[in-house]
Design a protein around this ligand. Structure first.
Ligand code: ADP
Ligand code: MG
Length: 368
């Protein structure tokens, strides 16, 4: 990653961090403008540590007040879990002794490879999410995502010469994105990509899935009052000791650097947002972001951001990307059929719509 990109993501994660530490009994977070609203008093976590995985920054917070030793043990195990998935999900690098997604992509069209049981489970889950979302979240979209990624990288080093992939390249790439090209033999513990032009990209799902596995460990270990922030994907484990939940803010896509659309009070759940402002480049004044609609092969144009609150962070991540690529009615219907999924859609013109359950999470500003 380029230093500037890493810096931006560090800033983004730090912003979310500061919002997560808001006191539940203090004034609410900004509704109009971060600059105009007095900042609420912060409640610092008792333990806090950060790691650099998945090309982004991850934080572990403990609000319950574990002993330093206990926190160290628990956060070290979280780090171990995240680091394992970081290596397995990496599509750009291989690691000694590890068969990961980069290995699988490089072997595309060849023999099946023996893979780690964690990767088998993940790939099966990715297929499940493909089915659930009617193919809108497709980890086999790699062939189409690559030209977009290359143009974004080129634009970062030469903004004036920035260009987008040509239509023909995208159409040709789209012929190599079938989910059936990903062959998994769970019994034998092997996987194969059946087409040498096809490749896997788990950017839409990997962080949320890894966060859920880390949360699973913490829950099994009896942890309460922990928060994981995996590159902006939030997963709360239990509640704050005083039962007041945490306040987190959803960015205003128009003022992504400093403005918030609303603040939510959440507990024992995950909160994941996909937005046009997260990763993009500009050509001729037009912004091209990083979430690609399988039907057009161009950045999805329905929303400026979409937020999912649901308990399972992997599901939240899968849905944040998939619903971002679906018309409002279809997304609402899908969420309702799953159950326990609350959504906030922010449209390009700024209009906001939410599920009734989401509206209940919104932290109302107190009159001053
Ligand atoms: P972020 O990773 O920025 O939090 P998302 O969860 O929405 O946001 O994932 C976006 C990433 O997922 C992209 O960078 C790309 O790697 C991948 N991606 C983009 N569009 C799709 C899609 N329709 N299906 C599956 N993966 C996608
Ligand atoms: Mg996602």
């Amino acid at each position: 990653m380029r230093p500037l990109q890493l810096f931006r993501r560090l800033c983004a994660a730090a912003l979310l961090l500061s919002l997560l530490t808001l006191s539940s009994c203090a004034a609410p977070a900004a509704q109009e403008s971060a600059a105009e609203t007095p900042m609420p008093q912060k409640i610092e976590p008792k333990g806090k540590v950060y790691y650099s995985y998945f090309d982004t920054v991850s934080y572990v917070y403990d609000y319950a007040g574990d002993s330093a030793e206990r926190f160290d043990e628990r956060s070290a195990e979280v780090s171990h879990i995240l680091s394992g998935y970081h290596q397995l999900f990496d599509i750009y690098h291989e690691y000694s002794g590890v068969v990961n997604l980069c290995t699988l992509n490089r072997a595309a069209g060849g023999e099946a490879l023996a893979i780690d049981g964690r990767l088998v489970d993940f790939l099966l889950y990715a297929k499940e999410m493909y089915e659930l979302t009617g193919g809108e979240m497709n980890v086999m979209l790699g062939a189409v995502l690559r030209p977009w990624h290359d143009c974004r990288e080129a634009a970062a080093s030469d903004p004036a010469g920035a260009s987008i992939p040509d239509e023909e390249t995208l159409r040709e790439a789209a012929r190599h994105t079938g989910i059936e090209l990903l062959e998994i033999d769970a019994e034998r513990g092997t996987a194969r990509i059946a087409d040498s032009e096809a490749s896997i990209d788990v950017g839409a799902l990997g962080k949320g899935y890894a966060a859920e596995r880390a949360a699973e460990f913490l829950e099994r270990d009896g942890a309460q009052g922990y928060v994981l922030n995996i590159g902006g994907n939030i997963r709360c484990i239990g509640d704050r000791p005083d039962g007041s939940g945490w306040v987190t803010a959803i960015r205003d896509p128009d003022r992504a650097a400093e403005g918030y659309a609303c603040s939510l009070r959440i507990r024992d759940t995950a909160c994941v947002t996909s937005g046009v402002y997260e990763r993009y480049f500009t050509v001729g004044g037009v912004r091209y972001h990083h979430i690609i609609d399988k039907d057009t092969l161009y950045p999805a144009a329905y929303y400026a951001s979409l937020t999912v609150v649901t308990r399972d962070s992997a599901l939240a991540d899968a849905l944040s990307t998939a619903l971002f690529c679906m018309p409002y009615e279809d997304g609402a219907k899908l969420a309702q059929s799953i159950g326990g999924v609350e959504l906030l859609w922010i449209f390009p013109d700024g209009e906001q719509r939410s599920t009734p359950g989401f509206a209940e999470l919104i932290e109302e500003p107190t009159p001053s």
